[in-house]
Design a binder for this molecule. Structure first.
Ligand code: NAD
Ligand code: MG
Length: 394
């Protein structure tokens, strides 16, 4: 690669955003930060701006923009502060940008991520909720614009690494029997079922292998994360839900596998650190140092596998059913889950209510076709409203 590549980091203050900036800072000759965006931790965003000197920063409202703009000027920076979703879409689609890291959490990331796709960028997709919500339309936009979609989710990045370059010909054409999606099983893999009613947000967020944002940590504990990832994999690799098998692998060393018709199974392994898939996607098809230490198999010692228990993890079943139903179902599943996770984090519902609430929302309305983005946002809004009603009358 010759010229310096310009990178927008959507969700720069989050766990993936910070890991991305860590990798970028190791390669100043290759990458330059074009824009950084943040939503809440704006003091941290300011520090990141001082470190990376982006052309733009994006914040949620005018008041915080004024505040940050003043502080950045005082620090001698020329960074211009933009506001809201419009600002996010602008820095995702700007002609000067080569790479967009889509690392906003949840449905809020859909429009800016799509803006990057429509502008034909190299899109590093961490924001799985965006793809889950809008699958068909998202993938059509990728095809139409010629954007390069590079998976950041460690499992999907692993699968991408285990597939041949021409995998878009179709899984059958390239001889894939199935995709094995690994899951750690989260902090409650072995918790007695009767105790799940009483687990706290702190316990749910204490993931055994990965350090992540709070929403995805709760999703990992309920295994909704794996459900969303199953849907994500269906879109990324043009697979049907029954071509994807979830395997619990508690060490999180194998990040996923591809099973070929000749009996070969290819896997990608590494220490559980998101800087590996981030560096892979940033440098692809080259390889660069990510700062992650070499995998020591002697320390790992053993690799275990088990079948997931859908009694324990009903969210897996709900996600599979939504994937099979298609249409508005995945967007409703995602929205209901976002409301449920937030309510659990605020201690308004129990951990086990998360699946109950999602199931009730999904059963409340028939699945509808989604032929345009409006229908996706309608499904999202409807599910949030139904979820709010469920919370109110419970
Ligand atoms: P996080 O909570 O640490 O960070 C989220 C980022 O999004 C922050 O920068 C926050 O300011 C921003 N944000 C939140 N709400 C916003 C809104 N309404 N508008 C604009 N910006 C908003 O989350 P994370 O763990 O970094 O995860 C980010 C995404 O990456 C999620 O979709 C997650 O599923 C995915 N992902 C994360 C990991 C991981 O290891 N953390 C792994 C795989 C995939
Ligand atoms: Mg993952």
């Amino acid at each position: 690669m010759s010229a310096v590549q310009h990178v927008t980091v959507l969700g720069a203050t989050g766990s993936i955003g910070l890991s991305t900036l860590d990798v970028i800072a190791r390669h100043p000759e290759r990458y330059q930060v074009f824009a950084l965006t943040g939503f809440s931790r704006l003091a941290e965003l300011q520090v990141l701006c001082v470190q990376h000197r982006p052309r733009y920063a994006v914040v949620p409202d005018d008041r915080s923009a004024l505040d940050l703009q003043g502080r950045l000027r005082a620090a001698g920076l020329a960074t211009e502060v933009l506001v809201g979703e419009e600002g996010l879409c602008a820095v995702a689609a700007d002609a000067a940008v080569d790479y967009v890291m889509a690392a906003i959490v949840g449905a809020a990331g859909l429009k800016p991520t799509l803006a990057a796709v429509q502008a034909g960028k190299k899109v590093l997709l961490a924001n799985k909720e965006a793809l889950v919500m809008s699958g068909v339309l998202f993938m059509q936009a990728v095809k139409h614009s010629g954007a390069v979609l590079l998976p950041i989710d460690s499992e999907h990045n692993a699968i991408f690494q285990c597939l041949p370059g021409d995998y878009a010909r179709g899984l059958q054409a390239i001889g894939v029997r199935r995709v094995l999606l690994t899951a750690s099983g989260g902090p409650f893999r072995e918790t007695p079922l009767a105790e799940l009613e009483r687990v706290t947000p702190e316990q749910a967020c204490a993931h055994p292998n990965w350090s992540m944002g709070r929403k995805i940590s709760v999703d990992s504990a309920s295994m909704m994360n794996k459900g969303l990832e199953m849907i994500e994999a269906c879109w990324l690799f043009d697979a049907s839900p029954d071509q994807i098998e979830v395997v619990i692998h508690r060490q999180s060393v194998i990040h996923s596998l591809v099973d070929y018709v000749d009996g070969s199974v290819l896997a990608q392994l590494g220490n559980p650190d998101m800087r590996t898939p981030i560096a892979h996607a940033l440098a692809w098809p080259e390889r660069i140092d990510s700062g992650v230490s070499a995998l020591d198999l002697f320390t790992v010692g053993r690799l275990d596998f088990e079948r997931p228990d859908e009694q324990r993890f009903p969210c897996l079943r709900l996600a599979r059913e939504a994937a099979q139903a298609g249409g508005s179902a995945p967007a409703m599943l995602n929205a209901a889950n976002e409301v449920a996770v937030e309510a659990f984090l605020q201690r308004r519902i129990r951990f086990t209510d998360i699946a109950r609430m999602i199931e009730s929302v999904l059963n409340a309305r028939p699945v509808r076709a989604v032929e345009a983005l409006d229908a996706v946002f309608e499904a999202d809004a409807q599910a949030r409203e139904l979820a709010a009603q469920w919370l109110a009358v419970r």
